[in-house]
Design a protein around this ligand. Structure first.
Ligand code: UTP
Length: 477
């Protein structure tokens, strides 16, 4: 069958006729796939993107007046007690949902399969999804309530993610309380503004960035579903940080008492040029400026007391008021600014039909970043957190931010908790923990929780694989 006239006209009128180069030779099933993909594309918008982001490289113009933001100290400051209580009340009233963004491609880690299935803990090798499931279930048990868990997937990893949950009995959740939300995609565009074919019957697309999570919540019906459950606050975190406290009563309470629409946890940077987004205030609005956009001179500037002026790094832990996400997505989408990244995208040559694996970047990928929602909020709150307690992501196969560094940091954190309650942990001459130590979040998800229940006579030997299970039973080897 030849391509329907209307379809051909649609793509040819915007100079994208090559996407139908193989249409006539495709099976009817593949023709359908391609046709639906093309029909779903807004070509008016595509031309705009080509003009704005492909033909030109958008330059970031730093405004003249950039100020550091106010940040609540990690102990919560003077409001700590009432805030924690407020957070606990909200949790106990079922007004908080967990939201994990897990739609990324995880190219740097190079793991086959969704990153959430990656074995990430030191003794039990729990997949990341299990670790978070245990944290959320621990909170649900503590507060005697159901806490729904929303998980952002992409069209590429949705099926595999759902299969992982099915095969593992939803890690103890009731299936109706784990809600998968598939994010949108953006086409890959070559430097001449042409769409690329990943296959003869499929355009090359990639997930539209974690910023796409907000419109995905709307389009999937998840926001309405949250409303029907009485959920008011969304606790947002990334799939690759095993140290995250996915539901933190102090953070939730501070955010709520401040009347914030969106909040974020901030980390003191290790050094001025650390590759973390920088929290700043511009025109009275809190924003994140990417590390590559903050001039070195500003990144190194200090306050009169010698502290770094822009010391607060963004680690993608947020709270959203549901009403804020509803407002942002009221017209059915959420147009956060797009960010351009030049990538190597394999493509089928429309002339010869062969697949080319480019050695150099050949295309533009466009993504939205969730932190760009911050300046759209009427009110925001930033809470400082401690790196050793809450941030050690698994991004790379080796080197910095890899499984090795994260395992080290997980062991160190759990060992510190044990020591803080009086249990000895073997350490080597350099003070490094000389055993593998892991605690189930279902048993204790903080040092405070551990103190309430642990048997203080426990001993851990050098080299031991020590696991404190959900009921306090000792496992490992
Ligand atoms: P990263 O920026 O680390 O990207 O995502 P990534 O795709 O996982 O990994 P690389 O860059 O290809 O190696 C940070 C978080 O945002 C989620 C990821 O799953 C991760 O939890 N994310 C990212 C999405 O959910 N969707 C996206 O489109 C992009």
């Amino acid at each position: 069958m030849t391509a329907p006239e209307a379809l051909r006209e649609k793509v040819e009128s915007v100079g994208q006729g090559h996407v139908l180069a193989f249409y006539d030779e495709l099976s009817s099933e593949h023709q359908d796939l391609l046709r639906r993909q093309i029909e779903a594309m807004d070509f008016g918008q595509l031309s705009e993107w080509v003009e704005t982001y492909v033909r030109r490289k958008p330059k970031f113009d730093l405004p003249a007046d950039v100020q550091p933001p106010e940040i609540v100290p990690s102990d919560g400051g003077p409001l700590a007690k009432s805030a924690k209580q407020r957070g606990e009340e909200l949790l106990a009233a079922g007004k908080v949902a967990a939201f994990t963004v897990a739609g990324g491609q995880g190219t740097r880690l190079g793991y086959e399969g969704p990153k959430g299935c990656f074995p990430a803990t030191p003794v039990v090798k729990k997949p990341l999804f299990r670790l978070f499931a245990e944290q959320i279930r621990a909170a649900a048990l503590r507060y005697g309530v159901t806490i729904p868990w929303y998980i952002l997937t992409s069209p590429t990893n949705d099926t595999a993610t759902k299969a992982h949950f099915r095969q593992n009995d939803y890690w103890g959740f009731s299936p109706k309380d784990v809600i998968f939300v598939v994010q949108g995609t953006m086409p890959a565009i070559d430097f001449n503004g042409k769409l690329l074919l990943a296959r003869k019957y499929r355009l090359a697309v990639s997930p539209d960035g974690h910023g796409g999570s907000l419109s995905a919540l709307r389009k999937s019906g998840a926001l309405d579903e949250m409303a029907s459950r009485g959920v008011e606050q969304i606790s947002y975190f990334q799939v690759d940080n095993p140290l995250v406290r996915s539901l933190d009563p102090l953070f939730i309470g501070l955010h709520d008492l401040a009347g914030a629409e969106m909040s974020a946890k901030a980390l003191p940077k290790r050094e001025p040029m650390e590759k973390l987004g920088n929290f700043c205030v511009i025109d009275g609005k809190t924003r994140v400026i990417e590390y590559s956009d903050l001039p070195e001179e500003l990144a190194r500037s200090c306050l009169p007391d010698g502290r770094l002026k822009f010391s607060a790094g963004s680690i993608a832990i947020h709270l959203f008021r549901r009403s804020f996400v509803e407002r942002l997505t009221a017209d059915g989408r959420c147009l956060l600014p797009l960010h351009r990244a030049d990538k190597k995208v394999p493509y089928v040559d429309p002339a010869g039909g062969q697949t080319t694996q480019p050695a150099e970047p050949n295309a533009v990928k466009l993504e939205m970043f969730v932190f760009d929602a911050l300046p759209l909020a009427e009110k925001t709150l930033l809470l400082e957190t401690r790196r050793e307690e809450e941030f050690s992501p698994i991004k790379n196969m080796d080197g910095a931010d890899s499984l090795a560094t994260s395992l080290h940091d997980q062991v160190r954190r759990w060992a510190t908790w044990l020591e803080s309650v009086g249990i000895g942990v073997p350490r080597d001459a350099d003070g490094r923990v000389a055993a593998a130590v892991e605690i189930s979040p279902l048993y204790a998800d903080s040092a405070e929780e551990l103190r309430k229940k642990v048997d203080k006579t426990i001993t851990i030997s050098p080299g031991q694989n020590f696991y404190l299970g959900s009921r306090g039973q000792i496992g490992g080897s």
